[in-house]
Design a protein. Structure first.
Length: 565
């Protein structure tokens, strides 16, 4: 193997391993080196499809972007998706391997270790540097015998390890000391230094503690990384509403727009919160790929939020959600259990009532799209113990959950068939997106414009082979959109299309004497507000990778880093 390599491990989950790894990748890539991320085993419901149709964790695709390369299946050979009844949905080498218990998984560890080694050695032959990210904490003493995610993997290749500790959580020195002391001697010697992450204040305050801990463990501190105010790096796995509170803080601070690669929109339309389009995203327990909504939180034309429950009395249910311009039902790893949950907590009925609002727009993505149909059937019980469930019935569509997973990363274009997307500027627009689903959905009538009970359902988006992948219905003035495609909101032009359609709708509502619910007669809005928006999602991500790399270079002893591998 020709590459040099080192590993980032953490004293706990969310210590900052993913972002520190991304920062190092950008730092070395800026030096002209070919770099690649690698994570032997990841556990996450957020995944991504590579160009050649393999599924990996979203965090490794983010790190590949930081390194300036395309994601490949070799970057994450084992992906575990938590499922119902203590089962794991296992992805091996980018393809579905099976549903199994933790015990069954451990019984096959020898087989998986060989697969992990093949991927790592492939990347090591193709790159100058491979930066490996661990998972959770290396000091999970109950898992030592089966460890392939942290020290168990590092031991195979004698990989130097840097330990990251999050001081924001408190108890940073105890976490460093405890982690080191719990490791067997053969693993302790692999740790070449530690980094304290997310520090606020004067570093000199930490020096006495650093000196004491260095003497106690015999390992040097390689740097103290300051807390980076309003840094935007995609969250790795579990959805945290605090994560989105942080994103909202970024756009609320006007000084951050020029500093972080985008600017506050100047139009009076979005001068205050009340003038922005309100997006409600239904919170699902097994929500997947929630990162695709980050642009809606970052783009200041939208006021996006998650809807977790129904905080109203029964009498108010009919009006609840009516404040939103769009409701999004997101993707989920467990469609039937999540649909049961929203039926139980009242959101199901709220969404059905919202549909009868003539101003409503409902978007379903992947599992959310399946929920919008009449029935979901899982005859093999792949997702749960339930074999079937009734959906919203918005589309005359049935879905069957199958073992074979559909994986695509493609380019999509727009067919201008309904007036929601009739702007001629968008005829030749190409959109990036990807599909990850076990369900296969079929309509009980032709989806190319055949009317049934006053509903028109049409293929609006198609790939270049002409296969339809988005359906739209118009019924009594409301709009229903369903798609299996993830990542559409990450396209700047797609958000512009949505805003353009909403602008037209607002103008029509404003001029409609019978307009109800969301009409705002004083709203200053016109088509010019759509075309001159300065937010570019990819530029924002790139700027933050550069910012992170710069902070690491200034606060970590890079000479020591380069000397350990």
């Amino acid at each position: 193997m020709s590459a040099k390599y080192f590993m980032i491990q953490g004293t706990s989950s969310s210590a900052g391993k993913s972002s520190i790894t991304a920062g190092f990748l950008r730092y070395f890539a800026n030096k002209g080196l070919n770099c690649s991320p690698f994570k032997p085993q990841n556990m996450s419901l957020n995944s991504y499809v590579t160009d050649d149709g393999f599924e990996i964790a979203r965090s490794q695709s983010m790190q590949a972007e930081a390194a300036g390369i395309k994601p490949t299946k070799f970057m994450n050979p084992i992906l575990i998706k938590p499922s119902e009844n203590n089962l794991m949905h296992l992805i091996v080498n980018g393809k579905f391997f099976g549903n199994m218990t933790f015990q069954e998984y451990n019984s096959k560890k020898a087989q998986f270790v060989e697969i992990i080694k093949e991927s790592f050695e492939y990347l090591s032959d193709k790159n100058d540097i491979v930066i490996i990210e661990g998972a959770g904490s290396p000091a999970e003493i109950n898992l030592y015998d089966a460890d392939v995610a942290n020290m168990g993997f590092a031991e195979i290749y004698n990989i130097p390890v840097i330990l990251v500790a999050d001081i924001e959580r408190g108890g940073v020195f105890a976490s460093i000391y405890g982690t080191i002391m719990l490791l067997p001697d053969k693993w302790k010697k692999l740790i070449k230094g530690f980094v304290i992450n997310k520090f606020r204040g004067d570093v000199s305050i930490l020096k006495p503690g650093i000196e004491i801990i260095e003497k106690k463990i015999g390992i040097l501190c390689l740097g103290v990384v300051p807390y980076i105010e309003n840094l935007y790096i995609e969250a790795e796995d579990s959805l945290s509403l605090e994560y989105y509170d942080g994103i909202k803080k970024i756009i609320s601070d006007k000084n951050n727009f020029t500093a972080h690669g985008f600017r506050q929109f100047k139009s009076e339309t979005w001068k205050n919160k009340n003038g922005r389009f309100k997006i409600g995203i239904v919170y699902l327990d097994s929500i997947s790929n929630f990162n695709e909504f980050d642009p809606l939180f970052l783009d200041d034309r939208f006021d996006a939020s998650f809807i977790k429950n129904v905080p109203v009395q029964d009498a108010d249910v009919a009006r609840y959600l009516n404040e939103f311009d769009i409701i999004i039902i997101p993707g989920t790893k467990s469609t039937i259990p999540d649909l049961k949950k929203i039926k139980k907590n009242g959101l199901f009925n709220c969404i059905k009532n919202y549909r009868h609002n003539s101003d409503s727009i409902i978007v379903g993505i992947c599992g959310g799209f399946q929920m919008m149909g009449k029935d979901i059937n899982d005859p093999m019980r792949l997702e749960s113990q339930e074999s079937s469930i009734e959906g919203f019935g918005f589309f005359d569509m049935e879905t069957v959950i199958k073992k074979e997973k559909i994986l695509f990363n493609r380019k999509y274009k727009i067919n201008n068939k309904l007036d929601f997307f009739t702007d001629k500027r968008y005829e030749e627009i190409v959109l990036d997106g990807y599909e990850i689903h076990n369900g296969v959905s079929s309509f009980t009538f032709n989806t190319a414009g055949v009317k049934e009970t006053n509903i028109v359902t049409e293929e609006i988006f198609s790939d270049f082979t002409g296969k339809g992948i988005i359906s739209i219905s118009r019924d009594s003035g409301n709009i229903l959109i369903g798609t299996y495609v993830h990542g559409l909101f990450e396209n700047d032009i797609f958000r512009n299309i949505i805003v353009s359609a909403l602008v037209k709708k607002k103008i029509n509502d404003k001029n409609d004497k019978n307009c109800r619910n969301k009409c705002d007669k004083n709203l200053i809005i016109n088509e010019n507000t759509v075309r001159h928006h300065d937010f570019h999602y990819k530029k924002v991500k790139n700027y933050n990778f550069e910012l992170l790399a710069d902070v690491l270079e200034k606060n970590i002893n890079m000479t020591s880093i380069e000397s350990i591998f």
